[in-house]
Design a protein around this ligand. Structure first.
Ligand SMILES: Nc1ncnc2c1ncn2[C@@H]1O[C@H](COP(=O)(O)OP(=O)(O)OP(=O)(O)O)[C@@H](O)[C@H]1O
Ligand SMILES: [Mg+2]
Length: 265
């Protein structure tokens, strides 16, 4: 049955490792679903962190070792609808990854129109209109696979850690995204400042530097360092489920409101 949702696809990209991509993707995904949006999460990284945010390690490894994961879907150019699994949460589904995703660059190399394989694999799901949002967690690289993720996305959220090296390489990444405009319609929705630690003063510095990029939106919401994030990940739960009163839970909820409101800006 055809639904009438206009699906918005957002990917989380930053070639700097550990900037908060997977954490933001998982918690924004959960909060969007809790706000009544129908959400599909795609774990695009061989580290399996997005899958681990919702499922225990044993189950994630079983999925990663089976043939029902993103790696095989891309290799065989299959309709991704066949690879969707439900999470414990209403309105929230996931396509799991595989440790074999490390080989996806090689698989893509020999394919025609290699930038658009993921986009084609997602075509059925998008035209079905079953989801309000598709969120894709990207690995910390900028190769052919990340280009695929960007070509399949409408928007990019760039999580940046408020730390001395958090901005290092960011200008290159913005240039890379600009160059990609020839093949990708993806636009930067916003930069999200993450892991803000009030005992250090990198936050102000980070925001000031980011504000020099006049054409790039910086979300008002920021995510502070919060040990609940790690406890929740250890329990394979979104922060808000693990501890509703956590500061970061409120921050991800606020970010979600900004993302939902983005279309009406
Ligand atoms: N707000 C936070 N407070 C405390 N720890 C955090 C917070 N956000 C993320 N972390 C921790 O920082 C680490 C990196 O976060 P995350 O995995 O989300 O980054 P990433 O950009 O996806 O990393 P990678 O580039 O390796 O994919 C993780 O161990 C996570 O638990
Ligand atoms: Mg990650």
């Amino acid at each position: 049955m055809k639904n009438n949702r206009n699906t918005i696809t957002i990917c989380f990209t930053n070639n700097k490792g550990g900037s908060g991509k997977s954490t933001s993707c998982a918690n924004l995904g959960y909060e969007l679903s809790a706000a009544g949006k129908k959400v599909l999460l795609i774990d695009g990284d061989m580290q399996l962190n997005l899958s681990l945010s919702f499922f225990e390690e044993e189950k994630v490894l079983t999925m990663a070792e089976s043939s029902r994961n993103l790696y095989y879907a891309i290799r065989e150019k299959r309709d991704l609808a066949e690879y969707i699994i439900s999470t414990d949460y209403q309105n929230l589904d996931l396509i799991p990854s595989s440790t074999l995703m490390s080989q996806v660059e090689y698989e893509l190399f020999t394919m025609m129109q290699r930038e658009f394989i993921l986009k084609k694999c997602l075509h059925g799901i998008k035209s079905e209109g079953a989801y309000d949002y598709i969120l894709i967690d990207a690995p910390p690289t900028l190769g052919a696979w990340v280009i695929n993720i960007l070509c399949a996305s409408d928007y990019v959220i760039v999580p940046v850690e408020a730390s001395p090296w958090g901005l290092f390489g960011l200008a290159n990444m913005f240039d890379f995204l600009k160059e990609l405009r020839e093949v990708s319609d993806a636009r930067i929705m916003g930069v999200l400042i993450t892991k803000v630690d009030e005992r250090k003063n990198y936050y102000r510095q980070t925001r000031e530097i980011l504000e020099n990029y006049k054409e790039i939106h910086v979300f008002d919401s920021v995510i502070h360092v919060d040990s609940t994030v790690e406890w929740a990940q250890d329990a394979s739960k979104p922060v808000a489920v693990y501890k509703k009163s956590a500061r970061s839970a409120a921050e991800f909820k606020k970010l979600t409101e900004e993302v939902i409101g983005y279309g009406s800006r």
